[in-house]
Design a protein around this ligand. Sequence first.
Ligand SMILES: NC(=O)c1ccc[n+]([C@@H]2O[C@H](COP(=O)([O-])OP(=O)(O)OC[C@H]3O[C@@H](n4cnc5c(N)ncnc54)[C@H](O)[C@@H]3O)[C@@H](O)[C@H]2O)c1
Length: 318
Amino acid sequence: MRVLLTGSSGWLGRFLAPMLRGAGHAVIGLDVAPGADTDVLGSVADRGLVEQVFAEHGIEAVIHAGGLHKPDIVRYPAQAFVDVNVTGTLNLLECAKAAGHDRFVFTSTTSLMISQAIRDEAGDSAVWLDETSGPIEPRNIYGVTKLAAEGLCRIAWLEQGLATIVLRTSRFFPEDDDTHATPSGENLKANELLHRRLTVEDAARAHLVALERAPAIGHGVFVISAPTPFARADCGELKRDAAAVIARTFPEAPALYAARGWTLPTSIGRIYDSALAEQLLGFRCETDFAALLAALRDGGALPVAHDPAYVSPKEAAG
Ligand SMILES: NC(=O)c1ccc[n+]([C@@H]2O[C@H](COP(=O)([O-])OP(=O)(O)OC[C@H]3O[C@@H](n4cnc5c(N)ncnc54)[C@H](O)[C@@H]3O)[C@@H](O)[C@H]2O)c1
């Protein structure tokens, strides 16, 4: 298929574009910033441009991964989030419907499920989060606009029959966390694979699977994250003493971590459950915490990319 990939210059885009081509698709990349996989420079918020891209490139399906995200909150006003994340999504959906498409994949975020209360981790138990969790009360403009875009995807299916798959992906960014300092770097990313992270390669693969499966599913919202080794019954202890649960589940973890000078999390406040994606979408992340431990044990390359210097290409391009 001739697939329009928005955000083609971004972190996800640069992994997803070659993967799509490898699966036999032609990729037309659209991004505000230049990149190796970007063919059209411009914004999804520009309706005229989006219409032109559809007309000139014979687009047959859309993967909408471009947009403003969490680190952009300090850089852009709320209006820019509405223009890019909401109006931009509407532009793409309406052009897809007008072109008679049968599928649309939207990159959303688990972040929209995090209310201020969940973020504060004030409860005495970890919060278990899946597609049934609610009420959904996003705590910032990023989450609010991603949730609105999800709603646009839902009604595109209900009203026009355009199959729309929403992927609520957890973290896959390579840079350091902008809020948590300790532990930092690779240690934090490794810990997060237990409950709130996936590799960028797995994130890209989820999009490929969603593109293939969309017409058979119709509309679906899926949490996409590395499979957690925990169960709901662990939530209380995970909050009180996460290291104990981890040591019980992975007896070799404490020694492997100690050998690297790393620390296991003492408390875990939230867990993303990606079981529905496995059941319905047929997608499961290839890399999980066990794979990370195997790399530590065997001295192999860590399966999680870490690049403290990464900045979104639109910022790098000025
Ligand atoms: N990185 C994560 O951990 C993470 C987690 C959950 C969801 N997501 C979502 O995944 C998607 C990709 O994120 P990423 O990590 O690759 O970020 P990124 O910043 O590296 O890539 C996003 C790309 O979108 C482009 N873009 C921004 N505004 C645009 C516009 N108006 N029109 C067209 N393109 C525009 C940017 O130039 C950039 O290349 C985003 O939708 C983001 O919300 C990311």
